[in-house]
Design a protein around this ligand. Structure first.
Ligand code: MN
Length: 222
């Protein structure tokens, strides 16, 4: 997914806009690393199921739901904004948002990153949180305390960075916030590896897998 190009913002309650260029079927983007590359934090078995079954399932279901409807003409982000908080389109919203969230998640982590945020992002983190460690603590708290299924996010909100948690398929795009990185805290993301110990999975990501360059590249130019 090209996160650099931001689609035109569609009002949350806009009707689907037919386009000469159909966007569906949506594709499951390939992972940029092998299935065992995130071990020991995320096992190959978890990655096979999470990417190959759960993420693929959202994409396949979405394609089935939008087939031969005006929604097929919209980009994934346009679909999310057009169907958010509309009960009659809840199925499309859930699958569109989960398809987008997972693509963003696979890019938010990478094998053995072990690096530090690029200077541009680092200065923003220090201005908003005080230190990298303080940001990590806030992300850990959001990710471990979120009740049930959902996502923890680092987002850009104007000049500030914030940590956000969202339930189920919800994401920052719906709130007109710019996501920089995310951690999936649905049970399917970690249960095979650490069972109920979500904090072990979250701390493993925070210590070893965050792709700070991806997060930095997502900053809006100011
Ligand atoms: Mn997931």
């Amino acid at each position: 997914m090209n996160t650099q190009s931001q689609p035109a913002i569609v009002p949350a309650r806009a009707k689907p806009i037919p386009s000469a260029t159909p966007r569906a079927p949506f594709l499951l983007a390939p992972l940029s690393y092998p299935e065992d590359a995130l071990e020991p934090v995320i096992s190959a078995k978890t990655l096979q199921l999470h990417y190959g079954k759960h993420h693929k399932g959202y994409v396949d279901t979405l394609n089935r739901l939008v087939a031969r409807t005006p929604f097929a003409a919209m980009s994934l982000k346009e679909l999310i904004l057009a169907t958010a908080e509309q009960p009659e389109h809840a199925d499309i919203f859930h699958n569109a948002a989960q398809a987008w969230n997972h693509s963003f998640y696979w890019l938010s982590i990478r094998p053995k990153s072990g690096d530090v945020p690029p200077e541009k992002l680092k200065s923003r983190i220090i201005a908003s949180f005080g230190s990298i460690e303080a940001l990590k603590e806030e992300l850990a708290t959001a990710a471990t305390e979120l009740f049930g299924a959902g996502w923890a996010w680092l987002v850009q909100d104007g000049d500030r960075l914030r940590v956000l948690k969202t339930n189920n398929a919800d994401n920052p795009l719906m709130m007109k916030l710019r996501p920089l990185l995310t951690i999936d805290v649905w049970e399917h993301a970690y249960y095979l590896d650490v069972q109920n110990r979500r904090a072990d999975y979250v701390n493993g990501i925070l210590a070893n897998l965050l792709d700070w360059k991806f997060a930095s590249d997502n900053l809006r130019r100011s």
